[in-house]
Design a protein. Structure first.
Length: 247
């Protein structure tokens, strides 16, 4: 169930049975030579919607621009500064919490969002702690990185081993090709596996990782693998969502 395809009355009815909602959060940033700029947003969205279907849960609008300053030397990348993203998440949660939502299950598609999203949760909890209104509903937020679910980690390892890397990975590219088969761009990478290492700002990133990848070989991506990763993630995370929703 997608929030934006409900009426307000539908949402009021939903709140009588559940006070939890899934929030996909991703990024809009370069993903190497054959990965889509929307990869992280697409992955979070399709898995968030998959969990929503499996668990009968409402899914909020995807936060599709994340904290991606280090990708800005590649055209098409968009960032929110950490402070902007914190403010965005806080307002998103506060709006729904005013209506009665109390459990916010964030499905994340981008490693660069983790620190900022966690900081946003601390701001949200601080707002409650500092409030003199003791009748405020108690809000809980949880962040789950889809690629870190146990079943996904095992499958990625089995499929790609050391070619998985950490950015523009064959797992995430495969998942987008499963979601959007017409967008698949099979190609051979050169070098096969990209360099690994650290980065700071956007220029530093592009110097160290000239084609955008880190440690990965997305030339191994297939839509078939994407389907297997999708099924594994949804199976794992739907169970986790249900436990959180009733916590
Ligand atoms: Zn990514």
């Amino acid at each position: 169930m997608l929030l934006h395809l409900q009426t307000w009355a539908d949402v009021e009815t939903y709140l009588k049975t559940s006070r939890a909602i899934i929030v996909p959060i991703g990024s809009t940033e370069q993903h190497g030579p054959n990965g889509l700029v929307g990869t992280d947003a697409i992955c979070a969205e399709v898995i968030g919607r998959g969990i929503g279907e499996a668990a009968g849960a409402l899914v909020g609008p995807t936060i599709s621009v994340g904290m991606a300053q280090h990708h800005l030397a590649f055209p098409g990348s968009i960032t929110m500064k950490p402070t902007t993203l914190i403010a965005y998440i806080r307002d998103y949660v506060a709006s729904l919490s005013r209506a009665g939502f109390e459990r916010f299950y964030f499905i994340n598609g981008h490693g660069g969002n983790i620190a900022t999203t966690t900081a946003a949760f601390s701001e949200i909890y601080a707002d409650t702690s500092l409030s003199r209104d003791s009748n405020r509903p108690s809000v809980k937020c949880k962040l789950r990185n889809w690629w870190e679910s146990a079943a996904v980690k095992q499958l990625s390892k089995e499929l790609y081993g050391d070619s998985e890397g950490s950015h523009a990975t064959p797992s995430e590219v495969s998942l987008t090709w499963y979601a959007y088969p017409d967008a698949a761009r099979p190609m051979t990478m050169n070098p096969a596996v990209a360099p690994k290492g650290e980065f700071t700002d956007a220029a530093d990133y592009r110097r160290n990782f000239p084609d955008g990848r880190i440690g990965s070989n997305p030339g191994l991506s297939t839509a078939e693998a994407g389907k297997r990763l999708f099924d594994a993630a949804v199976k794992d995370l739907a169970v986790d969502y249900k436990a959180f929703a009733s916590s």
